[in-house]
Structures are given as C-alpha cells and as structure tokens.
Design a protein around this ligand. Sequence first.
Ligand code: KG4
Ligand code: ZN
Length: 345
Amino acid sequence: MNVLGIETSCDETSVAVVTDDRKILSNIVSSQLSIHQPFGGVVPEIAARRHLESLDSILDKALKDAKCTLNDIDAIAATTGPGLIGGVMVGMMMGKTIAAVHNLPFLSINHLMGHALTVRLTNNVDFPFLLLLVSGGHTQLLVAKSPVDYELLGSSLDDAVGEAFDKTAKLLNLPYPGGPSIETAALNGNDRSYILPRPLLKNSDPTLKCSFSFSGLKTAVREIVLKHSINPQFISDVAACFQKAIADILINRTHHALEFCKERYPTLKTVVVAGGVAANQHLRSHLESLSHEFSIDFIAPPLNLCTDNAAVIAWAGIEKLKLGLKDPLDVKARPRWPLTEVKQL
Ligand code: KG4
Ligand code: ZN
C-alpha cells in the first residue's frame, strides 16, 4: 500500500510517498526559511501563499522520486491541524481534492501524531512508550498507548521550548530558527558563565511534577543581555548556559515522568523524543543517559524526520488505516488540536 502524505502546517511545504511496510519512497521538503528569516519568525499569511504557490510542483517531484503516479496511490493523508490555519487549509484542500477525484480514502492527520509516531516508522517501537514532544509550538510529556490514544502527563504553562530557543536567539542577535543557531553558538561557550533559573523545578505541587515553564528563563537572558555588550564569546557563553538550563529542565521532568510510569505502566520500555527540538544533540545525549538509569531504551528519530516533513504524516495515515479508520471529506481544519483529542475522531 502506498500513502501520499501532505504537510503544510508551518513553514515547510512537504509531500511524501510511504509504504505500509515502512519504506519512504520519497519525502520532498521545501523550507520557506529564507523568506521568513528577515521577520525573525514565521509570518502566517506569507507562509500560506508560499505553500499554495509551491505545493503543485512539490507533489510532482514527490511522485517522480517515488517513481509512481497518483494511480499508484492507495490513500491520502494530510495535516489538518494543529498549526497556522492558512497553510493547513492549503495542504488539506489539496489532499481532499486528490482523494475526491481519485476516489481514495482521506486521512485527517494531527501534526503532533506525525511527530509522535515517527519512531514506529523508523524503529517499530511498541506501545506504550513515553513521549517527550518538543517543538516550536508544544512541550509535553505523554504516554502513547496506541496511535490514537495518549495520556498527557504535563505540558508547558507558558512558552513552548522551541519558542524559548527562538526568542532567546533573537535576544542574542542569532538567526531564526533559534534552536540550531543556539546549538552551534553553544559549541564554543562555557555553560557555567552565567546563572540562569530552572523554573518550576523547586515547586512542590505534585500536579506540576511533569509541567514546564520557560518564560522566566527567557527574561533572565534578557536581563543579562541588557547588562553586557554583545560579542561572539558572550553570545556563545549565554547560548551554552541557556541550552544547559533547557536540558536540565527537560531531564528533570522526564525523570518524574519515568517514575510515574514505573508504577502506572510497568510494561513501558521506551523513551522517545520527537519534534524539532529533538534535533538538539546536547538534549539527546542527556536523555539517553537518563533512560539508561531506568534501564529503558531511548530512541530519537533521525534528524531529517525530527523536523517537519510529510513522510511522518503519511506514516500516521498508515497507522490510522491499519486501525480501520478514515475521515469524511468535510472534516475541518483545527488550528488547536491536542493529541489527547485524536481518539475522538
Ligand atoms: O517540529 P518543528 O519543526 O515545527 C513545529 O511543529 O513547531 O519544530 C521547530 C522548532 C523551532 O522552534 C526550532 O528552533 C527548534 O524546533 N529546533 C531546535 C533545533 N532544531 C530545531 N531546537 C534546539 N536545537 C536544535 N538543534
Ligand atoms: Zn512539527
């Protein structure tokens, strides 16, 4: 079975063809980075227009790379949320139209489900697994119980972790997206140069043990920046301190989540990190050590499948098809759509 995936929820226009036996036949990702970079973030209207302009040719390329035509496709999976609604509409309408014209099943895909299930495409990981979802819009710890059933253990009370990277990079005059810029700058920095807070870590409220907060961290960086002249060594030092603070917070919260899972999900054997921030090597190596402490496997998807792409959307579609699920053509786009609500499909 070949499933065509379409992803347009943020600033990557992507189309892929994936088979139900885990082969990625094609995965074309066209980044809009250069057009948004001068604005220091993604401009929703510009993103939607660019998706509309480029989607046709990206579809052609994806089919060509996969050496197939639409006649060889068995189902269409498109991201229908959460994300920037204009872009989501563009990809969703393209998906629905192909499904209608070629009389194919349409699969409405939650973008976060794509990130969550990537490790089942790459490593065939069994349920349940603990998922640390860290992207530009989300920071969550969840237990994935099935492709469409997730228990939320905790999430960010303010900024998402990717957003914290992006905002902090801006304060340091580093280019967007902030995550990779900060990671590169931190390579030459001393992570003990400045003291940064670890918000919530000392909070004793048991209901917040797996929750996150990053806005205080960003404010602390702003105060340091105001007191210093910005030079390359200063930028590297602050970047290193910031990256370490973020990793400390994520590791502490994941530790709590693993303790919870030991009681509640004794069969859980894997920790998975997903979303754009999962590309961060510093975070990956610390998560790996933590997982080993608990004698649990740690899996991070390859970097090209961590950031937004349509192969993982096609795969999420395959997971739905395997459960006998498909969606009507009048399904709506949802700008906000928590993973805990995908089971209501
Ligand atoms: O999942 P994603 O590609 O898009 C969303 O769905 O949000 O995540 C994008 C986020 C951006 O905030 C970016 O700064 C961050 O992922 N990111 C990173 C790294 N690469 C991307 N953060 C930290 N380290 C990285 N290497
Ligand atoms: Zn994403």
